[in-house]
Design a protein around this ligand. Structure first.
Ligand code: PGA
Length: 251
């Protein structure tokens, strides 16, 4: 059985003191949770302070992005080595906001994915279609391209340990969640791509998260679906109370 993973993606939110305040609460409310993996992805500026708080807890730490080089003259960028050094074990890569506002292509995302593995960070590779692509009936084609090009050149071991996050863009921050059936259909499709690219065994192993307006009311119906192995949560991860409810969805 794959251990479900619940990820809080804070995006560009929270100062250091707000981040510490959040973590102090969360540590207490979820300290007994062992059957679900918990991950928070604060902004870079809060990682050091948050790591000091979470080090001996069941909360893992991740970054929201990285650059593919390990050091050098790349003003403003943060390397996988630095992210690992600050206490992260995961990095979100290719979030649709990065694809949209920072023109990240599948090629760039693939470079970042490979760079994460060099420092043993686990990449969370995000894929998702726009509303127009869904309406034009090309969503499956778009997702297949993002998955194939994002995973290009990975070893079998890397392909099975990476986490995929399916986040339909029309459901991110809109309050409009994909129905559990719609999400399951795409997750199953992604697993089929995996089967074609690698093997059934690796397809069964990979964790595929759903993201897009997850909240305490819709989480359990989504997580009941057989191919949904956790969530990538934006808005509802910003308050310790609602994020706790998401982590405890199985109760
Ligand atoms: P949301 O964001 O939960 O606010 O829709 C999800 C995400 O972008 O990861």
């Amino acid at each position: 059985m794959k251990k479900p993973l619940m990820v809080g993606n804070w995006k560009m939110n929270k100062t250091v003191s707000e981040a510490i305040e959040f973590v102090k609460i969360l540590k207490n409310t979820i300290s007994d949770v062992t059957d679900i993996e918990i991950l928070i992805c604060p902004p870079f500026t809060a990682l050091y302070a948050v790591n000091n708080e979470t080090r001996d807890s069941n909360i893992n730490l991740g970054a929201q992005n990285l650059f593919w080089e390990s050091n050098g003259a790349f003003t403003g960028e943060i390397s996988p080595t630095m992210i690992k050094d600050i206490g992260c074990s995961y990095a979100i890569i290719g979030h649709s906001e990065r694809r949209q506002y920072f023109t990240e292509t599948n090629k760039i995302i693939n470079k970042k994915t490979k760079a994460a593995f060099v420092t043993t960070l686990t990449p969370i590779l995000c894929v998702g279609e726009t509303l127009k692509e869904r309406e034009d009936n090309v969503a499956f084609k778009v997702i297949e391209k993002q998955v194939r090009e994002g995973l290009f050149g990975l070893t079998l071991e890397q392909a099975s340990s990476i986490v995929i996050a399916y986040e339909p863009i029309w459901a991110i921050g809109t309050g409009e969640t994909s129905s559990p059936e719609q999400a399951q259909e795409m997750h199953c499709f992604i697993r089929k791509i995996y089967e074609k690219m690698y093997s059934k065994n690796i397809a069964d192993k990979v964790r595929i998260l759903y993201g897009g307006s997850i909240n305490p009311n819709n989480v359990s119906d989504l997580m009941k679906k057989p191919d949904i192995n956790g969530g990538l949560v934006g808005g509802a991860s910003l308050e310790a109370e609602s994020f706790t409810k998401l982590i405890r969805y199985f109760k």
